[in-house]
Write a protein that binds this ligand. Structure first.
Ligand code: DAH
Length: 339
């Protein structure tokens, strides 16, 4: 029996030595130490031994089992270390390899215009404010002196969410929001998206961008408005830009005007961009209507103000010579990369 045990031990050690992966090693463990393993079978046969032999053989079996188990564990460590080493070698990072190219985007022309306008007005001491795109009709219309029967309030022109809530059709409601929460002196601009029930074509989009401006203080006059807009036009479109004012009507300003700038492409001679007019319509503006001041809690007998608002797309298209507004929204990189 003693010989059998020594033989089993030797065979097991040989097989452990030869095992070159964890699966084989596990098979060896089962073969010798498992429930039906060779050593276990020897233990079961001990009943046939004499009482004197039993403890001697018993301790021989235990010794053999411990030795085999030890060898298996050592081998297992060795195999695992090998696997790790192989993996580390395979996954080595070559820091001298050229990196993946990061595609750099460019500033969108709409963003570029907004950034430029912000910079100009910040330089003139204005604050940049924000307002909600989903707006109460009372701010989009009523407080701005726009009565219920005004055509702009028609569902043909404005997106209604409920009777009282609209997608703002202009950035002008921000004027009312600012006047209600801030007391004069007020000097703000507000860039943002506006919505109108228009179908898409080369010059229309149901979503576009406007920038609103508002100044309220004591003794603000039309000449402040003209001087401000002239400074703005020159800084934004070039020092030689001329500006002219035509009478117009807006419900929230009195008097109201539209301002044109001399075409900065042909310098006023007439070209495709200005449709041979020599002038390009730039914005709407005027002196804040006393009703609007009053609606927003500012005394029109003490304060006066001016306001203006313009479309960002229109300026971007003129400035960059873009003839179709849809190009601005398609996000075709070949188009955007040009700016
Ligand atoms: N909100 C006007 C529009 O969308 C533009 C405008 C005109 C804004 C005159 C003003 C203003 O602040 O004074 O057509």
């Amino acid at each position: 029996m003693k010989d059998t045990i020594l033989k089993i031990k030797e065979n097991a050690k040989n097989e452990i030595k030869k095992a070159d992966n964890l699966q084989i090693l596990n098979d060896v463990r089962v073969k010798y130490l498992g429930k039906k393993g060779e050593l276990t079978v020897v233990l079961r046969g001990m009943g046939a031994l004499t009482p004197e032999e039993r403890p001697i053989i018993g301790s021989l079996v235990n010794e053999a089992r411990d030795e085999i188990e030890n060898e298996i564990q050592l081998k297992e460590k060795e195999l695992k270390a090998e696997i790790l080493k192989e993996k580390l070698e395979k996954e080595k990072i070559d820091i001298t390899m050229p990196s993946k190219k990061i595609e750099l985007g460019s500033v969108h022309p709409i963003t570029a215009i907004i950034d430029n306008v912000k910079e100009i007005f910040l330089g003139l001491g204005y604050e940049v404010v924000d307002g909600p795109e989903i707006e109460k009709a009372i701010y989009n219309f009523d407080k701005l002196n726009t009565p219920p029967d005004h055509p702009a309030r028609d569902v043909q022109d404005t997106f209604y969410i409920t009777d009282d809530i609209v997608l703002r059709s202009q950035t002008s409601p921000v004027q009312a929001r600012v006047m209600e929460t801030q007391k004069p002196p007020i000097k703000i601009i507000c860039p943002g998206k506006v919505y109108r029930s228009d179908s898409v074509d080369a010059t229309h989009s149901p979503v576009f961008h406007q920038i609103e401006g508002l100044v309220v203080d004591k003794n603000i006059s039309m000449s402040d408005l003209k001087g401000t807009l002239e400074t703005f036009a020159k800084k934004c479109l070039g020092e030689n830009t001329q500006i002219r004012f035509r009478p117009h009507h807006f419900p929230f300003t009195e008097p109201s005007a539209e301002a044109d700038v001399s075409c900065f492409v042909c310098k006023g001679k007439g070209c495709r961009v200005c449709k041979n007019e020599g002038w390009i319509e730039l914005l709407g503006c005027g002196m804040v209507h006393p009703n609007v001041l009053e609606n927003c809690g500012i005394d029109p007998n003490i304060y006066s103000g001016f306001a203006f608002g313009f479309g960002v797309e229109r300026i971007a298209m003129a400035k960059y010579g873009i003839d179709d507004m849809r190009l601005l929204y398609e996000n075709d990189v070949r188009f955007l990369k040009q700016f």
